[in-house]
Unconditional design. Sequence first.
Length: 254
Amino acid sequence: MDITGNTIFIPGATSGIGLALALALKDKGNKIIIGGRRAALLDQIAAEHPEIDTVQIDTADSASIQVAAKEVLARHPELNVLIAMAGIMQVEDWHKPAGFLASAEAVVTTNVLGPIRLVAAFVEHLQTRPDATIVTVSSGLAFTPLKVTPSYNASKAAIHMLSESLRLQLSDTTVKVLELEPPSVRTPLMPGQEDNEHAMPLDEFIAEVVTLIETQPDAKEIQVERVKFLRYGEARGDYDQVVATLNGTDPHGK
C-alpha cells in the first residue's frame, strides 16, 4: 500500500487507533472518510478537521453497511482503500452461558461479520481501481490467547485467516490485502486500557505503523516490534512461555 494519494474509508475511526491512524494518513496526503455510529462524534471530527468527510455507519448492522457504502461511493467514486477498523473487546467467563453467550455473539457480529460485510459492500468497486487495498485489523491475540477474552481472541484469529485467504483469492485483481496486527495499545478498547503502563502508547504505535507502511509498501502484515512477541511464539518454540507471560502465570516474571 502506498502511503499517499489514496482515498480511504475507515469505519470505526471515531476514537482510539482508528482516529489516530486516520489523522496520520491524512497528514500523509490521503483523502479520509471516517465512519462511526455516534453522530455527535462524527460532527465533532468534521468540525475539527473539515478536510475529513464523515458517514454514519453501524458495522454490526448489515443494512447500515449497505446504506453507508452507497453514500461513500456516491461521494467518493475514487475510493481505493478500505480499512475495516471497527471492533469490540469484552471480558467473558465461559463457566456458564450467562457469563459469555451474549458477549460472544456481539463480538463475532462486530469483529467478524462486520469486516466480511464491509468487504462484500466494497470489493467489486475496489476491483475497478488501478491500485486498491483492503486493510484488515487482527491482533497479537490472534496468535496468543488472553485468558479473559476468548471470543475476542477467536474473532481476531478468524480475521487473520480471512486475510490470508482473501489475499490468495484476490491475487488476480488489483486489490491487495494488508493485515494490521496491533499489540495492546493505550486506547478505550477496554476499561483502564488507556492508562495501562504495559500497553503501547498510541502515538508510538501510530508512528511505527506509518513508518512501516511507508518503508514496506508491499508488506502483507503490519507488525510493530512489540507485537512480535505474541505473533511468533509458536514459530520460535516458546509459545507456552508466551501464553504464561501474557496471562500473568510466568513464575520467572518475564
